[in-house]
Design a protein around this ligand. Structure first.
Ligand SMILES: C[S@@+](CC[C@H](N)C(=O)[O-])C[C@H]1O[C@@H](n2cnc3c(N)ncnc32)[C@H](O)[C@@H]1O
Length: 202
């Protein structure tokens, strides 16, 4: 490795450490963030494959955090597709604004529990969304809130549309089965902590 390459590697490493520390600080300040690190490339890859969004027109993301998943979705989604990403934490929302320069993406600072209103405001109609992907901690919602959010989520999706959720525990499986006709579960251990990826088909 020559001196130029070595300097580039060191800068990349320093940026990586700085971003990880910033993420940990956000987690310490706000427990709703729910993960101490951004999703690993293995979890991102598994989740994106579950989304199966090569021909999608409308995609919604719940809990974009630092935008690790968001950036990959934008890279892989069709040129004509639209992505609506929602994030509750103010620090993450400020960081996500830099991605919003991609005109296919709309960013919303708020709570996905109001997804029906947020979607309407952004021109995403009920029954026409292809994929909804979620990293929000469902375990932090009450039973009523979970049921209400999944009812709204299912109503937004078109028939055959999919809801993909990555979660630390399996508690969501029975609730998903009440709202979707098919639910598949995968485990990705190459993430801190390991996550389940649920694919629920409407
Ligand atoms: C586990 S992190 C998501 C990980 C991220 N997508 C990634 O790939 O690194 C969960 C995110 O959901 C956000 N969140 C939690 N509850 C939310 C809510 N009710 N509405 C919107 N965002 C929420 C948190 O602020 C946090 O950024």
């Amino acid at each position: 490795m020559d001196r130029k390459q070595s300097a580039k590697t060191k800068t990349g490493l320093a940026t990586g450490i700085k971003n990880s520390l910033a993420y940990i600080k956000t987690f310490v300040d706000d427990k709703g963030v729910a993960a101490v690190m951004p999703s690993s490339r293995y979890l991102v890859g598994r989740t994106l494959r579950a989304m199966n969004f090569k021909h999608a027109h409308r995609i919604i993301e719940y809990g974009a955090a630092a935008g690790v998943m968001t950036r990959k979705i934008l890279e892989e989604m069709p040129k004509s597709a639209k992505l609506l990403s929602i994030e509750l934490n103010s620090d993450f929302y400020e960081k996500l604004k830099s991605i919003e320069s991609d005109s296919r993406m709309s960013l919303y600072h708020g709570d996905v529990r109001c997804i029906d209103l947020i979607a309407k405001e952004h021109g995403f109609s009920m029954g026409e969304v292809d994929v909804i992907v979620s990293g929000i901690p469902f375990a932090f919602l009450s039973r009523e809130e979970r049921t209400e959010l999944l009812t709204k989520t299912s109503a937004l999706l078109k028939p055959g549309g999919r809801f993909v959720a990555y979660q630390v525990t399996t508690h969501l499986i029975p609730i998903l089965k009440n709202h979707f006709r098919e639910v598949k579960t995968q485990l990705e251990i190459r993430n801190i902590p390991p996550h389940f990826v649920f694919t629920a088909i409407k």
